[in-house]
Design a binder for this molecule. Structure first.
Ligand code: URA
Ligand code: SF4
Length: 183
């Protein structure tokens, strides 16, 4: 574990801990407020993120930004990160060995940010953070607490692009997060 962002960021440059290093253009480290109260964890970079080096800048990200606006959350106030920091080819799910290799960076980011709340965006984030036994359909919209951090699983923003009805759930879940921030 690194005690500073500088050391952590230096440690990931040229990372070759998993096979995703072979096909990436950019490592997508994370973005936002390094002292955020709320952290969002996605799955892995898509094509736009790989090209630009920033998480959630493509279609799913734009939708997420609109949801943030709707509930009064500012993108620059939260910290946004993914389970894997290099793009899986053809946007497939990250494989277990890739997630395992990359999770140390994420753990270190969580320790440095010290969020009160972590929003888990979709099944990949949920299973890698809380455990394989959790399913997104049953878990979304519910609070889970682990080591003093409150977790809120919800749909992945890309799922909202495929199924409009999930937008209502997504906003509802984010509102629960906003309510918890007030207490
Ligand atoms: N989907 C993700 O899970 N993360 C991104 O950064 C973009 C799309
Ligand atoms: Fe390293 Fe993570 Fe990229 Fe794999 S996905 S090469 S572990 S930064």
């Amino acid at each position: 574990m690194y005690e500073t962002w500088e050391e952590l960021e230096k440690s990931i440059v040229n990372c070759q801990k998993c096979k995703l290093c072979k096909t990436r253009q950019n490592i997508v480290f994370g973005v936002g407020n390094k002292n955020a109260t709320v952290m969002f964890i996605g799955e892995g970079p898509g094509a736009d993120e790989d090209r630009l080096g920033e998480p959630f800048v493509g279609r799913a990200g734009k939708l997420m930004n609109m949801a943030f606006e709707a509930i009064g959350l500012k993108r620059e106030d939260v910290y946004i990160v993914n389970i894997v920091k290099c793009r899986p080819p053809a946007n497939r799910n990250p494989e277990d060995d890739e997630a395992f290799a990359c999770l140390d960076y994420l753990r270190n980011q969580v320790i440095l940010v010290k969020p009160k709340i972590i929003v888990l965006l979709g099944s990949v984030a949920l299973k890698n953070i809380l455990g394989k036994e959790y399913g997104i359909t049953a878990s979304r919209g519910k609070w889970f607490e682990k080591k003093g951090i409150h977790y809120m699983p919800t749909w992945h923003p890309a799922a909202l692009l495929r199924d409009e009805t999930k937008k209502i759930d997504f906003i509802k879940d984010l509102k629960l997060v906003m309510d918890k921030l007030k207490v």
